[in-house]
Write a new protein. Structure first.
Lengths: 171, 136
């Protein structure tokens, strides 16, 4: 795969934005309202949804992988890598499939991604802890993904509308 | 732009949301339904790093217990037939925020310390390590 300078720059900027959003959501700790380990708003998913439509699945996946690895390195917590990778890659695969159908709007794709992300994270928790206890949280996490997915879908939709007439969206 | 997304929610999105909701309800029915079962005795199982380290009956063990793992210390309060992590020095504090649990199937997970405190119901005698009858 050959990337143009513009595409490479865009990928780098989106990776930086995703990292910044991951950091930003620490200031909105959803876990205070719903005490479940690792529960988050998933704001970095806005970048994933945007990249999926604007750049395509391969580049979106590259951005996601870079964000996961760099996020773990910057946080100095390599244990978190398994969680972000399993959650992120599962969400990405589901969103690729859902977006291909062309029937769902960005909201539906985002909700599907959020639900898949939580399933991936529960799988990571089961693998890490060697115990199926985290499965107990899955129903709540799936319910919450309806709201977090709709929120990221709304922000992504606003982003697409705001950028509709820019050169960025014309390839 | 590779392809333009639909920006307004439609009926297909509603269907996707309904499937997620249905999945959540099905998981709740399967996973939480087990906790609603009666009979047998409620036990607390404490696991660290995937291995069971302690098992006790909460009604017989009221008081405070301390577990240390991966440099973190969890203070567990056993009261009213259930348990809670009253204090912990882990960075996330999710275990403390979970609060008191007292129903079979419920658990408190501390990811940084790799500690799981689970409530299980013994199935009345089929458990070889369990107690059949408590006298006195």
């Amino acid at each position: 795969m050959k990337l143009t300078t513009k595409q490479l720059t865009l990928c780098a900027m989106l990776t930086a934005m995703a990292l910044a959003l991951s950091y930003l959501e620490n200031f909105f700790p959803l876990s205070l309202a719903i005490p479940i380990p690792g529960i988050k708003l998933g704001l970095a998913n806005i970048v994933t949804v945007f990249a999926l439509y604007a750049l395509g699945p391969v580049q979106a996946l590259l951005i996601l992988l870079s964000r996961c690895v760099l996020g773990a390195v910057f946080a100095g917590n390599m244990n978190a890598l398994l969680f972000s990778l399993l959650g992120g890659v599962t969400a990405m695969l589901v969103m690729i499939l859902l977006s291909r159908s062309r029937r769902l709007s960005v909201y539906g794709v985002s909700v599907g991604g959020a639900a898949a992300h939580n399933c991936g994270q529960v799988a990571a928790a089961i693998l890490t802890l060697g115990n199926t206890a985290p499965l107990y949280y899955l129903p709540v996490l799936l319910g919450v993904s309806l709201f977090t997915g709709a929120l990221t879908g709304l922000i992504a939709a606003c982003l697409f509308q705001a950028l509709a007439h820019t050169d960025l969206m014309k390839g | 732009m590779r392809w333009s997304p639909k920006l307004r929610p439609n009926g297909w999105d509603g269907l996707a949301a309904a499937i997620v909701l249905l999945l959540a309800a099905a998981c709740a029915g399967m996973l939480w339904g087990r906790g609603a079962a009666t009979g047998g005795e409620l036990e607390v199982v404490v696991s660290i790093d995937g291995g069971e380290v302690e098992r006790f009956v909460p009604t017989d063990s009221a008081g405070e217990k301390t577990y240390t793992s991966r440099g973190y210390t969890l203070h567990v309060l056993v009261r009213d037939g259930g348990v809670e992590v009253s204090q912990a020095d882990c960075p996330t504090q999710d275990c403390v925020h979970t609060g008191w649990i007292g129903r079979a199937g419920e658990s408190i997970v501390c990811l940084p310390a790799r500690v799981i405190i689970q409530l299980v119901r013994t199935d009345g005698g089929s458990d070889p390590g369990g107690v059949d009858v408590v006298i006195g």
